[in-house]
Design a binder for this molecule. Structure first.
Ligand code: GTP
Ligand code: ZN
Length: 202
């Protein structure tokens, strides 16, 4: 019998690891060798890490706001932000890059650039679908910054599409979510779409 030593704080993880051990065993995946005896524990710890956003409110990063240098501040964007998410259908990873952009309202506030990256990375740290991820980021920017416009353009590779099933190696999913002035003003829309992750623009 394998004895796993964990702290009390880890007791939920230890219980999950025993279920994971049963699952691996039922599938004939070895977890009883020197190399693999801790694999069920590693597996559930990895899952807990990749879903840590379930226990966080990503919009808290948008609380500290300050006025822009110019009253006519244009589009602000973080381009090529890397993120890792878990597909909620297969619990397999999808990894990609995103553009997170907003247009401050006249007289409105802005946030530090890193917060745009933190918001998408934390929404991604949950079981997700790409469409919802983009929508949640845009809603957060519109709601918490009272922005005139917000956009989230995502390009990612879904392991469930590329490694198994359709085995569409190298295929990527591209989504765009726009709100506010980015949907009503053609010039702004063109501008923000031109800020798509560089891997989309090539
Ligand atoms: N729209 C969307 N679909 C996704 C995303 N991630 C995974 N999927 C798709 O979710 C679908 C789940 O389909 P099901 O038919 O229930 O699952 P499945 O039998 O494993 O499907 P296959 O992948 O075709 O083998 C698949 O087509 C996946 O490619 C996502 O972020 N957005
Ligand atoms: Zn999937």
């Amino acid at each position: 019998m394998t004895v796993i030593t964990v702290s009390r704080a880890d007791s939920g993880v230890a219980e999950a690891a025993e279920h994971a051990r049963a699952m691996f065993t039922a599938l004939g995946i070895p977890c009883d060798t020197t190399s693999t005896e801790r694999t069920p524990l590693r597996f559930v710890r990895a899952l807990a890490e990749l879903t840590s956003g379930l226990r966080l409110d990503p919009t808290r990063h948008l609380r500290v706001q300050f006025p822009p240098e110019s009253v006519n501040q244009g589009v602000i964007a973080a381009v090529d932000v890397p993120f890792v998410a878990l597909c909620e259908h297969h619990v397999l990873p999808f990894l990609g890059r995103a553009t997170v952009a907003y247009l401050p309202s006249p007289g409105g506030q802005i946030v530090g650039l890193s917060k745009l990256a933190r918001v998408i990375q934390e929404f991604a740290a949950r079981p997700q679908v790409q469409e919802r991820l983009g929508e949640q980021v845009v809603e957060a920017l519109m709601g918490h910054l009272a922005a005139s416009g917000a956009a989230c353009l995502i390009r990612s590779e879904h392991a469930c599409l590329t490694m198994r099933g359709a085995e569409a190696h190298g295929a990527v999913m591209v989504t765009s979510h726009l709100a506010g002035d980015f949907t009503t003003d053609a010039a702004l829309r063109t501008q923000v779409m031109g800020l798509a992750p560089t891997c989309i623009r090539r």
